[in-house]
Design a protein around this ligand. Structure first.
Ligand code: ZN
Length: 281
């Protein structure tokens, strides 16, 4: 299924048309997009999609899409999780994942503005696959890890490098959680829609220039490994998000930070493309 938040309402995308979940289910399912990331509702959503006549619903207007999971209970990001990115940042390959929080306020939609606070000059893009938990998860194994996920979506892990590496300590969480620093979307795509959910090509483009090009099969810790490691001591819930890390080619390595007027395009195979304009204010 391809699931989306259209103007604040949950929809299923069928043949390019937006089937409104609440109306098509005659009120049995809520219009709240948070129903989409709850696996408890996925059988009902599939039943709605199976009988929907797409031509009876409006053609999907992508410009009205919001974050597919607008209110994640928790969000984390993984640092240094592609071999290529670890090499460009001159660091040893990690032997265990490194995590930071991305807080709910930073989440925005696939076509929303990324806002640079006035005067900041080291704002960077990071193109990432985002996984979405769909049921209570603790103590997952590699074998059952994917079964806890509602699906995947595209993400940007926007970062203020000045704050992230400000001496004497580093602080990833706040530097990556400013308002609008977590674009996600355009769709929440269930794993069964993807030929191989562990091998997805991803591309990050800034104002027409390809900056990042990779495949999630280059992850140091793949999706099952992350779910296992994260759920050792923390219980995950439907709607929790994990930004799985970014490949090489970030602005910091190129000396090319985001500026007012840029457009950040994020594409992941089988999911879609986000287009986020950058504004400074
Ligand atoms: Zn990141």
């Amino acid at each position: 299924m391809r699931l989306a938040n259209l103007d604040g309402r949950a929809v299923i995308v069928v043949d390019g048309h937006a089937v409104d979940v609440e109306r098509a289910s005659a009120g049995r399912l809520s219009s709240d997009p948070m129903v989409l990331s709850d696996l408890a509702h996925h059988d009902a959503l599939r039943a709605v999609a199976a009988v929907a006549d797409p031509s009876a619903w409006p053609a999907l207007d992508e410009s009205k899409l919001g974050a597919p999971v607008p209110r994640p209970p928790k969000g984390y990001g993984v640092g240094l999780n592609y071999k290529q990115h670890a090499i460009e940042s001159g660091r040893e390959l990690p032997t265990e994942p490194h995590l930071f929080a991305k807080t709910e306020n930073c989440v925005c939609g696939p076509f929303d503005e990324i806002v640079i606070p006035q005067g900041l000059t080291e704002i960077d893009y990071e193109t990432e696959l985002v996984i979405v938990f769909g049921r209570t998860c603790k103590g997952a194994t590699r074998e059952n890890a994917w079964s806890f996920l509602a699906g995947v979506t595209c993400g940007q892990d926007i970062s203020d490098r000045g704050e992230q590496f400000r001496p004497p300590l580093k602080q990833f969480t706040i530097a990556k959680s400013y308002d609008t620093f977590g674009p996600t979307g355009p769709y929440l795509v269930t794993a069964d829609e993807l030929a191989d959910p562990d091998a997805l090509s991803l591309t990050g483009v800034v104002s027409g220039e390809v900056m990042q090009e990779a495949n999630t099969n280059d992850l140091i810790f793949d999706v099952p490994a992350l779910v296992v490691w994260l759920s050792r001591y923390i219980t995950f819930q439907p709607g929790d998000l994990v930004w799985t890390g970014t490949p090489g080619g970030v602005g910091e390595a190129r000396g090319r930070f985001l500026r007012d007027g840029d457009v950040v395009e994020t594409t992941i195979e089988g999911i879609g493309t986000m287009r986020n304009p950058v504004v400074e204010r």
